[in-house]
Design a protein around this ligand. Structure first.
Ligand SMILES: *[C@@H]1O[C@H](CO)[C@@H](O)[C@H](O)[C@H]1NC(C)=O
Ligand SMILES: *[C@@H]1O[C@H](CO)[C@@H](O)[C@H](O)[C@H]1NC(C)=O
Ligand SMILES: *[C@@H]1O[C@H](CO)[C@@H](O)[C@H](O)[C@H]1NC(C)=O
Ligand SMILES: *[C@@H]1O[C@H](CO)[C@@H](O)[C@H](O)[C@H]1NC(C)=O
Length: 967
């Protein structure tokens, strides 16, 4: 309930009431002595030795005791703030000349002795702040001289005795606040407390209406009934007579406005005569109605106005700016709409302004120079738009600026950096763009927090941010901030909470962050961070909550230190992490050794196929060399993985320029999921832009985002490399390098143009490239990927005819069921294309897909087999030739092994168009084509389980290629 200190008033009144009382004789002093000793005997604990001198002969010299001027009778007993424990002895009632009794601020327990009601000379009682319980004795009301009664902050229960209102006619100050009093305020109409100036009943459980009789107390200056359960209309008739009213607190009750809670005007009008009103608090009553413009006729002395937590609707009347002495205005949590009256920002005395959680719209008015005292401005949770006014920088006293959850746009004004007293800056959940100005980042005054999350900020974290050495929390999440996380953040020494998630930060997570001594929560999820998670984080004793998920961290995680309470949830989507967290893949000793095992395995497996009836005649010749070759190829892929790509930022506008506004003339392809355009960036990079059809449901943008995260992790010289991704709510595109030599499809079937088919060396090389790329996807990529749609049109050829597999990212990525990845994780990577019917193109689809099998690497191996046969036969798998019910591979199989000669001959003719072919090279070519056909047949076996893996296939073709170069 805020500050409620009336000790000053308390003292004042008690001294006013100081009296000189004549005593008749010394016998009565002795009686007083006996009473006091009896009182002292009930004190069980006196830690401050308040009774130190209470054994001296002269009672009047005892501490806390004051006698009348003749030294005969005790008139004043003041033992406040002495930490006394015990009960209040009824024997005090023998101090019959007592005028002032002050036992406030102790730990007295038990009841208030009803006997005190016999001390008829008492003028002031203060039992404030004790632990007294039970009812307030009715007898206190019979003390006719009592002007001051303060029983506040105890544990008193029951009704307020009627006698206090009806018989306590001298009362000027009545404070029963902060107890547990119940019932209605029984104040009969004939009862009057004409002298009452202060009535404080706040924080009890009082019910019913404000009694009409209170209006007779026309000298009331302070009326505080806050935090009860009072009902009825706001007491306009009662307060209308209280012209001296300075503070009126009716907050947190169940009052309503007039005419069925629709009109505040009658009550506001009744306050018009309160010319000294400095504080009005009606918060938390569910009051309905508009804010009446009559508010402008309130006393100009009004300093604090709280109307928050009501149901007040409509606009804020501009007349509010008549309240020229206002320091606190709280209209938050209402239903106010319209714009903020500019006059509000001209109220020179304003220190705190709360307008949050309304429906205010329009721009934030500029702050004029004379609102120089503004320390807190909370405009959060409205519909404000436009930019943050530059003039806010003039608010040199501003300590808290809360503008979150609006629709603010533009950039953060650098002038805010002049608000050198700012402790909290919260601009989160707006549409603010641009970079974080260095001036603002350098606000070393920020003591509490900086929240810029969920905006459109970009650029890097300014190093100036590291000057915030007092700030407790920094939240920059859900922006487009990029570059590395500066290790200097470690100088934000007081940080307890750091959230950098959902940005595009890359590089290493600085170890200095783990050294922040108070850091409790760290979230860096959904970025592009690489490398190992620094040991310092695990070693931190303060860190409690950590989220590293969806980055490209690598290395070994142990469930120790700060990580001991973490689950896999904190590490999801980092497929190069391994370790002992439940659900995380186990670490293998060493990656290269693992690869070696795989290679050795493939060496073992190959002969099995050989035995199975498909003699691959050339295999044994060059196994040794190819092992080296093999390792190198894999190292290439790993290298690519290690150098996590730094994606340039290419804006939608740049893509528009590059593709002449996505004009039809630049359209180079279309598919189920979108169009592909070619274009040239300003630096002359030729690009292909794959634009996804936008779907209203947002589904595609979600999976797009995830796909892109996978795409950027799959890196191999034979897989298309994305240049960047451009993603906006309404536009999703992947930017790829434009392949000058087009697709394999163009070369296999050059159409009407001059036939410049590929020669056999090129073909074998392309097959090898494709196999290597596919092997990487299936076996070495951090996320295993099933392509699902391998076919010539998805194989692109670059300058030197290196083949690159493409189109493995767009909506066809399917997570391989893999025991290494937890159920949750694989759910994240499934794209809703688990149904085989969606997978692949006619002619290349593995037969098992037709019977509802999930996409699998074996399906890709099948497609690759078809591709091999297609290359050799020079015919599409859908060619009319095979319409007799046979597929391409079935047709070839039918001719295998004895009737293949015409096919081989035809292939040699087709693939060696130039120069005469020497006899021995013709023999080599013959064997080569035969090998390819055999491999194609193995790959297209009906039973998926008996097909080789892409690793095996890649190995075989690598051997062929070697043989071709050096027979
Ligand atoms: C009498 O009581 C008042 C109020 O508690 C106190 O301020 C004052 O000092 C007392 N007088 C003496 C002489 O103790
Ligand atoms: C208290 O006031 C009521 C009503 O005015 C009166 O009837 C009653 O006699 C008074 N009691 C004492 C003890 O003064
Ligand atoms: C208002 O306050 C002033 C100064 O405290 C006082 O002199 C004046 O009488 C008060 N007016 C009313 C109507 O209470
Ligand atoms: C503003 O308040 C101060 C002190 O509270 C007072 O002296 C001054 O007269 C008030 N101004 C107006 C215009 O009422």
């Amino acid at each position: 309930m805020g500050y409620r200190k009336f000790s000053a008033i308390n003292l004042l009144l008690l001294t006013i009431v100081f009296y000189v009382v004549r005593a008749e004789n010394g016998v009565q002093v002795l009686d007083d002595r006996a009473s006091l000793v009896s009182f002292m005997s009930q004190i069980t604990h006196d830690p401050e030795n308040a009774f130190e001198n209470w054994n001296s002969p002269d009672v009047c010299k005892w501490s806390g005791v004051l006698c009348d001027e003749n030294g005969n009778r005790v008139v004043n007993l003041t033992l406040s703030e002495k930490s006394l424990q015990g009960t209040i002895a009824p024997s005090l009632s023998k101090l019959s000349y007592l005028v002032i009794l002050d036992l406030s601020g102790n730990f007295f327990q038990g009841h208030i002795p009803a006997e005190l009601g016999s001390l008829s000379r008492l003028q002031a009682i203060s039992l404030l702040s004790n632990r007294l319980e039970g009812h307030i004795p009715n007898e206190l009301g019979f003390l006719h001289q009592l002007e001051y009664l303060n029983l506040g902050s105890n544990k008193l229960t029951g009704d307020i005795p009627i006698s206090l209102f009806c018989n306590g006619t001298s009362l000027k100050y009545l404070d029963l606040s902060n107890n547990s009093l119940t019932g209605e305020i029984h104040w009969k109409n004939q009862c009057e407390l004409k002298e009452l100036k202060y009535l404080l009943l706040w924080s009890n459980h009082l019910e019913g209406e404000v009694p009409q009789a209170l209006s007779n107390s026309s000298k009331l200056e302070w009326l505080d009934l806050g935090s009860n359960s009072l009902t009825g209309e706001l007491p306009s008739k009662v307060v209308g007579k209280m012209v001296h009213l300075q503070s009126l607190q009716l907050s947190y009750n169940r009052f309503s406005s007039h005419f069925g809670n629709t009109d505040l005007k009658p009550f506001f009008a009744s306050l018009a005569n309160c010319s000294n009103l400095t504080e009005l608090n009606l918060a938390g009553n569910h009051l309905g109605g508009e804010l009446p413009s009559i508010i402008g006729t309130f006393s100009t002395k009004l300093e604090k106005l709280n109307l928050d937590d009501n149901h007040i609707h409509g606009p804020i009347p501009p007349q509010i700016s008549n309240l020229v002495n206002i320091t606190l205005l709280n209209l938050s949590n209402n239903l106010l709409n319209g714009s903020i009256p500019p006059g509000l920002f001209q109220l020179g005395t304003l220190e705190r302004l709360y307008l949050s959680n309304n429906s205010l719209s329009g721009h934030i008015p500029p702050a004029l120079g004379n609102v120089s005292h503004l320390g807190l401005l909370d405009l959060s949770k409205n519909k404000l738009c436009g930019a943050i006014p530059d003039s806010f920088g003039k608010l040199s006293q501003l300590r808290r600026l809360l503008l979150y959850e609006n629709q603010l746009s533009g950039t953060i004004p650098p002038s805010l950096g002049q608000s050198i007293n700012l402790e909290i800056l919260d601009l989160s959940y707006n549409r603010i763009s641009g970079t974080i100005p260095t001036e603002v980042a350098g606000l070393s005054s920020l003591k509490l927090y900086l929240n810029l999350s969920s905006n459109h900020l970009q650029g890097h974290i300014p190093l100036e941010l590291t000057k915030m050495n007092m700030v407790l929390a920094i939240d920059l999440s859900s922006n487009n901030l990029s570059n590395t996380i500066p290790s200097q953040l470690g100088s934000c020494i007081a940080l307890e909470n750091l959230n950098l998630s959902q940005n595009i930060f890359e590089g290493l997570l600085p170890a200095s962050i783990g050294n922040l001594p108070y850091l409790k929560e760290l979230d860096v999820s959904f970025n592009r961070l690489t490398g190992e998670i620094p040991d310092s984080l695990q070693a931190s004793s303060a860190l409690k909550q950590l989220n590293f998920s969806y980055n490209s961290f690598c290395g070994n995680i142990t469930k120790n230190g700060a990580f001991s309470s973490l689950t896999i949830k904190s590490f999801l989507g980092n497929n190069r992490l391994c370790g002992s967290i439940e659900g995380m893949q186990k670490c293998h000793r060493k990656r290269t050794r693992n690869l070696l095992v795989a290679i050795l395995l493939s060496l073992l497996i190959s002969p099995i196929f050989c035995i199975a009836g498909y003699p691959l005649v050339l295999r044994s010749k060059f196994r040794r060399q190819s092992l080296v070759f093999n390792l190198k190829g894999i190292e290439d892929g790993k290298e690519a993985m290690r150098n996590e790509r730094k994606y340039p930022r290419i804006s939608h506008r740049q893509l528009m320029e590059a593709t002449v506004g996505f004009s039809p003339s630049t359209l180079i392809g279309s598919g189920r999921f979108g169009h592909v355009y070619k274009g040239v960036l300003q630096d002359n990079t030729k690009i292909a832009v794959k634009v996804l059809h936008s779907k209203a449901d947002g589904e595609i943008s979600w999976s797009f985002k995830r796909e892109c995260q996978i795409l950027k992790r799959t890196r191999h010289r034979n897989l298309i490399k994305i240049i960047t991704v451009c993603s906006r709510p309404d536009f999703n595109a992947i930017v790829l390098p434009l392949m000058p030599n087009g697709s394999l499809e163009n070369h296999l079937y050059p159409g009407h143009g001059p036939k410049h088919g590929l020669d056999l060396v090129q073909l074998v090389s392309i097959c090898s490239d494709v196999a290597e790329g596919m092997a990487y996807l299936h076996h070495y990529s951090p996320i295993k990927v099933v392509h699902c749609d391998l076919k010539p049109s998805n194989i692109l050829l670059d300058d030197d005819m290196t083949a690159l597999v493409t189109d493995f990212g767009i909506s066809r990525l399917v997570k391989v069921a893999d025991e290494k990845i937890s159920v949750n994780d694989s759910a994240v990577y499934s794209f809703g294309f688990t149904d085989g019917l969606f997978c692949g193109s006619v002619g290349y689809i593995a037969p098992e897909y037709g019977i509802g099998k999930q996409a699998s690497p074996q399906g890709d191996v099948y497609s690759f087999g078809v591709l091999l046969l297609e290359i050799v036969a020079g015919r599409r798998p859908t060619d009319v030739l095979f319409k007799e019910g046979l597929t391409l591979h079935e047709w070839i199989k039918k001719h295998y092994p004895n009737r293949l000669e015409p096919i081989v001959e035809e292939a040699i003719e087709r693939c060696a168009p130039c120069t005469t072919i020497q006899h021995d090279s013709r023999k080599i070519w013959h064997d080569m084509i035969l090998e390819l056909i055999e491999l194609g047949i193995i790959c297209t076996q009906y039973n998926p389980a008996s097909r080789p893996t892409m690793l095996d296939v890649a190995y075989e073709i690598r051997c062929l290629k070697q043989y071709l170069y050096s027979p």
